[in-house]
Each structure stands twice: as C-alpha cells, then as structure tokens.
Design a protein around this ligand. Structure first.
Ligand code: SF4
Ligand code: SF4
Length: 381
C-alpha cells in the first residue's frame, strides 16, 4: 500500500503567492504546457508546473529547498503560452520572494523589507542615520574646494559602512547556510563548492539568459547591471580600505584610472537599469507579472547610479546649494541598498548561484534532456 502523505497547507504562503503573483494561482489546471515550453526545464526538474502545484497546496518546506525556483530566469515564455492565464512566471517570482523572506536573518528584517507597505521605511531609516552623522559636532574644514567630508566626516562614515557591510555579510552567510540545508533536505545533493567555478563562468556569460525567450534587451540589461554593480562594489571596498589605512585620499581626482573605472561602472549600471525598465514597460506580459519587489529593486539601483553621477557633477561644479543635499540622498539610497541586500530581489544572485551549483552535475549527465522547445541549445553548448 502506498505511503500516505499528510499535508498541512501553509495558508500564509498561499495568500502571499496569490497576492504577489496577481491572484492567478488557482487558475492552473496542471496541463504542463508551461514545463514543455520552458527552455530551462529538464526531465528531472520539470518546472514551473510542479512549483505552481506546490504553491497551490501551500507546501512551504518543499518549495524553500527546491532549486528549480532559482533555475527559472523569469523570461515569461511559460506565461505567454499558459492556456489558463495562470501566469506561472509570476507565480515562480512570488515563490522566490516568499522563500527569501523565510530564509532571512533576522526574520523580522525579511518580513519588513518584503512588504510593499514598508517600502519607504528602510530609506527613512538610512536617511536618519546619515543625518545624525551630518549634524553631530565635528571638526569641519571650511576651505575650498568643497568636499563631501565637510558634511559627512570620514571618521564616522567609514566605520558606519564597514559595520553595515559586516552585518550584510553575516545575514547573507546565515541565509546561504539555511538555503543549503533546505536544498540537502529536498534531495539536491550535488557538490556545491567544486561546481561554483563553472557556475560563475556560466553566470558571467549569461548563457541561460540567451536560451530563454528573454530577448537581447533583458539579457544585456541584466549583464550590464551585474557588471556595473560588481565593479562599483570592488571600487568601494578598495577605496574604503585604502582610505582607512591612509593609503588613499578622497575625493579621487577625475582623471585617476580608479575614478574613470568607477564612473564607467556607474554608467553601465544606469544603462542596464534603463534597459530592464524598458523591457518591463514595453512587454505587456512582463509588466503584468512585475511585482512591487521588481520595481522597488530597479528603482533603488537606478537611483543610486543617477544620484551618484549627479553628486559628482555638482561637486565638480562646486555648487554648495545642491551638492550636499544630492549627496545626502545618494548616501541614503546606498545605505538602503546595503541594508536591503539580504532581503530584496538582489539576493537572488546568491540563491541562484547555490541552486545552480547544487544541480550542476544533473545538467552535465549525457542522458539529461531538456524538456523545452529550445533545450538543445543548453545541452549542446
Ligand atoms: S501554469 Fe498554465 S500551462 Fe502551467 S500547468 Fe498550469 S495551466 Fe498549464
Ligand atoms: S525560465 Fe521562463 S519559461 Fe521557464 S519557468 Fe521561468 S519564466 Fe517560465
């Protein structure tokens, strides 16, 4: 006799996914068209049909450790072909956001950042912290040229950002450990560390994006945002440590190679975000399936890039009326981005990398056929 399976539906998960996917969850009647269409779906992991079913039944534990939700690249092919209008790509996205909240450390931060009604709280909090730094008494130089350190003394700003970075690394590490535990519990037992190198190479090449119906705009937008962000993170860390050790002084001259590199990365970031915005606005399926988290993330990253550019231009113009206030907004946005990283859409870079690594061996086995129409592009590449 077959073993009985006792289900305890997580009603909170059902409510959350239904709300964040546009209320289409119940429409699915399990025809499997979506899994057939998806170019990344495999015989072993026929997503997204299975995940839509698990979400309908509120099977939280089975979804949190399911690597397939991160193997989906949100191209929208399945949604375009679903005969019931169930928006499986939006459901997958809503499941990812629900998973991020449940893996978050500390949990209350995941709950706070993930909710639309709390969207402005992190920005206000960041702005208040920076305001305290700016208005507390300090020895300030009045000499020209004007520099931002006159408003935000370095001996306060740098410790703040190092402390916040340490907090973000801790939160990401605990989230990653929780996710790996969930992956193992769900049977994804591939070796993760050895697979990280080929996975990262694949991510840099954006090969899976190329095979999706995502189109060039989304692929290039994602690639530019990733490159720009990694470059700026590298630059920020280098300058922060260099400045702390007394090896560098800020502001760095405009024609310094490091400054040129940073400006180039900021430009890539802004162009990438613009392409991703454009892709969502002009594609009716993507627009309909975009959640608050999608728009919040894009708006935050784009605003960081734009205000960074503007601050620099105003400083070069030595405009005392605007340079400090725009820089204050810029720093508040950067701090918001840091604080939101483990709980926003941004953290998908971590969970997707781990999920790809845990299933890497599956995709390399010769007998593993991809279900989707363009699957051969992946297996033969
Ligand atoms: S989401 Fe749509 S295509 Fe996929 S199984 Fe359900 S009804 Fe079919
Ligand atoms: S990769 Fe595209 S087609 Fe496949 S499940 Fe995700 S959104 Fe649907």
């Amino acid at each position: 006799m077959a073993d009985a399976l006792m289900l305890r539906p997580d009603r909170e998960l059902i409510r959350e996914v239904t709300q964040n996917s546009g209320g289409e969850l119940k429409k699915c009647f399990q025809c499997a068209t979506c899994s057939s269409v998806c170019s990344l779906s495999t015989e072993a992991r026929p997503f997204p049909r299975q995940q839509v079913l698990k979400a309908q039944w509120g099977m939280t534990d089975q979804l949190i450790g399911d690597p397939s939700i991160w193997l989906c690249h949100d191209c929208g092919d399945c949604t375009a072909r679903c005969p019931r209008g169930a928006r499986p790509s939006a459901v997958m996205d809503a499941i990812r956001m629900a998973t991020i909240r449940r893996l978050a450390f500390p949990r209350f931060m995941g709950n706070m950042v993930g909710r639309q009604e709390n969207g402005a709280i992190m920005f206000v909090l960041s702005a208040l912290i920076l305001l305290a730094i700016a208005i507390l008494p300090a020895i300030r130089s009045e000499v020209r040229p004007l520099v931002f350190a006159q408003m935000f003394p370095k001996d306060r700003l740098e410790p703040l950002f190092f402390a916040v970075s340490a907090y973000v690394v801790l939160a990401l590490t605990i989230g990653a450990l929780r996710f790996v535990k969930a992956l193992r519990a769900s049977g994804a037992d591939g070796p993760i560390l050895p697979a990280l190198v080929p996975v990262l190479i694949e991510i840099i090449r954006h090969r899976r994006f190329a095979s999706c119906g995502a189109g060039h705009v989304r692929r290039w937008g994602h690639l530019l945002v990733l490159s720009g962000f990694l470059g700026l993170a590298l630059m920020g860390t280098t300058v922060g440590i260099g400045s702390l050790l007394g090896l560098m002084d800020t502001p760095i001259p405009t024609l310094n190679p490091l400054k040129i590199f940073a400006n180039l990365c900021a430009l890539l970031l802004v162009i990438g975000v613009s392409l991703l915005f454009w892709n969502r606005i002009t594609n009716p399926e993507k627009r309909a399936g975009s959640s608050y988290c999608d728009w919040y993330f894009l708006a935050l990253v784009g605003s960081v890039g734009l205000t960074g550019f503007l601050s620099e231009m105003l400083r070069l113009a030595q405009n005392p009326d605007w340079m400090f206030s725009v820089y204050y907004i810029h720093l508040s946005l950067v701090l918001t981005l840091f604080l939101c990283t483990p709980y926003s859409k941004f953290v998908h870079f971590l969970y997707r990398t781990l999920a790809m690594a845990a299933t890497w061996r599956e995709n390399q086995s010769p007998g593993q056929a991809l279900v989707g129409a363009r699957g051969s592009e992946i297996t033969s590449a």
